[in-house]
Ligand binder design. Sequence first.
Ligand SMILES: Cc1ncc(COP(=O)(O)O)c(C=O)c1O
Length: 400
Amino acid sequence: MPALAARMNEVSISASVVMTMKARELAAKGIKVISLGTGEPDFPTPPHAIEAAHKAALAGDTKYPPQDGTKELKEAVQRKFRRDNKLDYALDEIMVANGGKQCIYNALMATVDPGDEVVIPAPYWISYADMAKVAGGVPVTVNCPQNNGFKLRPEDLEAAITPKTKWVMLNFPNNPTGAACSREEMKALAEVLKRHPHVWVMTDDMYEHLVYDGFEFCTIAEVAPELKDRTLTVNGASKTYAMTGWRVGFCGGPKALIKAMVNMQGQATSGISTIGQAAAAAALDGPQDLVAERAAIYKQRRDLVVDMLNAAPGIACHKPEGAFYVFPNIAGCLGKTTKGGRRIETDTDFALALLEEKYVAAVQGAAYGMSPYLRISYATDTESLREACARIQEFCRELS
Ligand SMILES: Cc1ncc(COP(=O)(O)O)c(C=O)c1O
């Protein structure tokens, strides 16, 4: 076979995909595997969004879209940013992409030169680091320790910024920990960022609406308007509206950055499926009660999972503010042997043994840049969660 590009050395297969594939292999053998590995809502897309897509297709909305997004969706995004975030973006400061993921990719590709540093709070969504590397950049991780609720400390952020820093990435509520920042905490981070005007700020607000116990979400450009002209606010329909497969994300940012990102996207995809955009516009503009109703269900699941995991010997699970993940510490299980005779030296050993012996798929913390942890997604039905946690408890009880 002719050679692949050297940049492919920088692209890893996501550990959650690997776990999902292993889980599927077991399921194909007829084994009942419970997957807590994937980060997607188990709820259906709201019917009014599906109807809007159907209508758009029947009405002939089937031609190439504008590269930056349809006017209808961009206006809906503009209203969303005003309504939820008190942020005013002009239409040429907004773009639509194939998921929040492509917004982030476009932004990094449009700005990162070889050797530029991208500061990423750890643990992190793995794609940030891989995308930064593909763009020629160098990921610089900053630990957000459990004893600080997995939040980014201003002094650690300050220490990570150098003259080579191009971006600081923020993602609260966070994948994989579920940690979210209060307004005060966000302000403290903003104070650091204000001191470094050469740095772009990217905030990935994908889990904005999934916060519990009255926690109030905030985003950095709202908390620190002085940073708005160098902040990219990324969001999307995937998590809020259970629309992962529609692939619609959007972002707001300074006009020059958005223009460069649209050029980048134009060469890659020519824009986003027109019917997906019609669906996303209907979701953004339609009734929002479903979002809060689903958040209430996620909250109950979070509480169930945290309580059950904390009852498993060797596991300590922090209760986070949001998203649909928990990130239990499994340090107390290391150095032990499973009932099936597997030795657990790392969180990867734990995740593999749990899948092979108890048929529960979760992802090792190592895949997110922090060990020894597991990422558990509770975006699955309550009965499966209860059963999965019971299997984890049994797995831990049997360790010797
Ligand atoms: C933190 C974070 N950002 C972005 C995304 C991508 O979302 P989208 O489906 O909009 O591309 C995900 C999906 O898992 C995520 O967890």
